[in-house]
Design a protein around this ligand. Structure first.
Ligand SMILES: Cc1cc2nc3c(=O)[nH]c(=O)nc-3n(C[C@H](O)[C@H](O)[C@H](O)COP(=O)(O)O)c2cc1C
Length: 374
């Protein structure tokens, strides 16, 4: 048992746009690479996995590609076809049956891809035809799954390519609502397509989508507007990762990090977007006072993620600059993480070997705090 009475800050309900979370413990989006089927659908095992974690205030799914050309890795699920949408319905049903809420993370990888996972072996698409110094999990020259260098992308055209991707994201958001998701989260973090547009390295366009900070933000805001028009702004969140280090998919996240984040925060505020999810890569990465400045700019729910434990999460919530904290790895091995926090139970350590790929092992077979199957 813990020495002190557990604080209850994490267990206060929280309004996030159209829904109210029962607690402020969010499950962070985590790719688990188990959609090893031709249709690239979530599976029954996916439904079991998320259903087991329904005591989270909100579950955010693994990144889910919004189109064939938005895929970057083998075995990740999609949300652009009818079978995929129907398969996600089983997942949202499993979570709702246990009183949980679930958001779909909508993912377009942009240039972080390889022709072996793209339709007809085409290259990836991106703001500019600049290859990322990064790898992805795809098929190597011998058709064997493994880490392979990303391909050089095609530049999306402003008159056709960009509107097509905006449309795909909006359609995926509609599919998510049809599948029963409570919210959608746009993946604007970690060097994928949205983050590529924001970055002056990956985005060297000379049209209205490149150059100034406002121009680089234009694509992301067009996506937000299209998705909000499709499903309502109170069902839309976005994940960002300012100050992410270069090794995260070859984007220098420090460039104009604060200016861009506060600009986007102000634009989200104008649009009444449900939440802003900040992925932190490392401790103390933010300049002094940044969280307060973001809080002053954007009044919707702010979620932080990255390396939190219960004590750090409680301390952050007490500053009133954050509304909720997302936990990634802790949710892998602790399906009942909120109950463990509440009761002060031991936190199990996840096995990294089973993070990606495989089947039930290391996915749905972690027991609850009493050692019972969940
Ligand atoms: C196995 C694994 C897969 C991940 N996949 C995603 C993903 O699909 N989308 C995303 O935005 N972040 C992804 N992340 C990052 C997590 O959401 C989270 O930000 C990170 O793990 C740090 O939080 P933690 O210390 O609580 O685990 C992934 C992390 C892990 C460990």
């Amino acid at each position: 048992m813990p020495q002190d009475t557990p604080k209850d800050t994490l267990f206060q309900p929280l309004k996030v746009g159209a829904v109210t979370l029962k607690n402020r413990i969010v499950m962070a989006p985590m790719t688990r690479s188990r959609a090893d089927n031709p249709e690239k659908t979530a599976t029954d095992l996916t439904a079991t996995y998320y259903g087991q974690r329904a005591s989270a205030g909100l579950i955010i799914t693994e990144g889910t590609q919004v189109s064939e050309s938005g895929q970057g890795y083998l075995y990740t699920p999609g949300i652009y076809s009818e079978p995929q949408t129907q398969a996600w319905k089983k997942v949202t049903d499993a979570v709702h049956a246990k009183g949980g809420l679930i958001a779909a993370q909508l993912w377009h990888v942009g240039r972080i891809s390889h022709s072996s996972v793209l339709p007809k072996g085409l290259p990836p698409v991106a703001p500019s035809a600049i290859r990322a110094n990064a790898t992805t999990f795809a098929l190597d020259g011998n058709d064997t799954p493994g880490q392979v260098p990303t391909d050089t992308p095609y530049e999306l055209s402003a008159y056709r390519g960009i509107p097509t991707v905006v449309f795909e994201l909006a359609q995926a958001a509609r599919n998510a609502i049809e599948a029963g998701f409570d919210l959608v989260e746009l993946h604007g973090a970690n060097g994928y397509l949205l983050a590529q547009f924001l970055s002056p390295d990956a985005n060297q366009r000379t049209d209205q989508y490149g150059g100034s900070l406002q121009n680089r933000a234009r694509f992301v805001l067009e996506v937000i507007d299209a998705v909000a028009a499709a499903i309502g702004p109170d069902r839309v969140g976005i994940r960002l990762s300012p100050w992410a280090p270069q090794f995260i998919n070859d984007i220098d996240g420090t460039i104009e990090a604060e200016e861009m984040t506060l600009y986007l925060g102000a634009e989200l505020e104008k649009r009444g977007i449900a939440y802003l999810h900040m992925a932190e890569w490392g401790e103390n990465i933010y300049p002094d006072g940044f969280r307060q400045r973001l809080r002053d700019t954007y009044k919707g729910a702010i979620i932080y993620a990255g390396g939190y434990d219960q004590a750090k999460a409680e301390a952050l919530l007490e500053t009133a600059t954050a509304d909720a904290v997302a936990f990634g790895v802790p949710f892998i091995a602790n399906p009942d993480l909120p109950e463990r926090f509440r009761e002060g139970s031991e936190i199990a350590v996840a096995d990294k070997a089973t993070f990606y790929g495989g089947s039930a092992q290391g996915y749905t077979d972690y027991p609850d705090r009493n050692g019972n199957a969940v």
